[in-house]
Design a protein around this ligand. Structure first.
Ligand code: NAD
Length: 247
């Protein structure tokens, strides 16, 4: 799939942070993008405008990906508007950090629902359309925390590690169907999610990253586009974009 022009993608949580960078990078490569948002209506409409103004095509669709009916509506909107679906980027995610001793059942369930169960919802609704694509791509935005764990993040780590196991198993099932399935595992990236962390913790993290800085959302987006464009023979993998923090 060297040429992405006129392919159709859904990016969940695609209106801000890493999702917005992925949306822009795909649109810059000629992909028609459905930007799913849950609460970020203003930013998603602004991003649609920005892409349309620069000659691309985008559509904003509201929906909570932890809800299977909403996931179905997002996929329907993509196919009804653009006639096909080639790329699904499962990017939507939340944190509800707390040590396990203090972790409420609600914060456990919410993180598992939004970060992991959502992937069942979006993939199950997208699959019939991806199977019609000449080269389908499923890209799950996991995390370094799913690989190495994180203090106060049992819920988040369980969801993100679950995504990795899911990616490998689905990759096996879809390899003969011209669909690749990969996980992208960012390290610590400068977005609102990371800016919420206490400054002291953040400084400690930066000093432990071999390249000595946080990552940028665009650096994740370029990895996603690489998998879409040149990833015909790459499936079931974890693409680690983390400044060398986990090897
Ligand atoms: P962010 O909080 O800026 O963006 C998350 C996006 O997901 C937002 O647009 C939000 O509205 C959307 N979202 C949340 N719940 C949703 C739901 N139920 N339905 C639809 N959309 C929903 O965070 P980010 O840093 O851009 O993170 C993007 C992804 O990358 C997440 O999955 C996150 O876990 C992962 N990640 C981030 C980092 C980092 O350092 N920032 C590191 C590793 C992994």
């Amino acid at each position: 799939m060297a040429d992405l022009k006129n392919k159709v993608a859904i990016v969940t949580g695609g209106a801000r942070g890493i999702g917005a960078a992925i949306t822009r990078e795909l649109a810059d490569n000629g992909v028609r993008v459905v930007i799913n948002y849950n609460t970020s209506q203003g930013p998603s409409e602004k991003l649609v405008q920005e892409i349309n103004d620069s000659g691309g095509e985008a559509l904003a669709v509201k929906g909570d990906v932890s809800n299977v009916e909403d996931a179905s509506q997002i996929v329907e909107a993509a196919v009804n508007t653009f006639g096909q679906l080639d790329i699904l980027v499962n990017n939507a995610g939340i944190t509800r950090d707390s040590t396990f001793k203090k972790l409420s059942e609600e914060d456990w369930s919410e993180v598992i629902n939004v970060n992991l169960n959502s992937v069942y919802n979006t993939v199950s609704k997208s699959l019939p359309h991806l199977l019609e694509s000449e080269s389908g791509r499923i890209i799950n935005i996991s995390s370094i925390i799913g690989q190495q764990g994180g203090f106060g993040q049992t819920n988040y780590a369980a969801a993100k590690a679950g995504m990795i196991g899911y990616t490998k198993s689905l990759a096996l099932e879809l390899a003969r169907k011209n669909i690749t399935v990969n996980a992208v595992c960012p390290g610590f990236i400068e977005t609102e999610m990371v800016q919420e962390m206490p400054e002291k913790v953040l400084n400690q993290i930066v000093s432990s990253v071999p390249v000595q800085r946080l990552g940028q959302a665009q650096e994740i987006a370029r990895g996603v586009v690489f998998l879409c464009k040149d990833g015909e023979y790459i499936t079931g993998q974890q693409l680690n974009i983390n400044g060398g923090l986990y090897m």
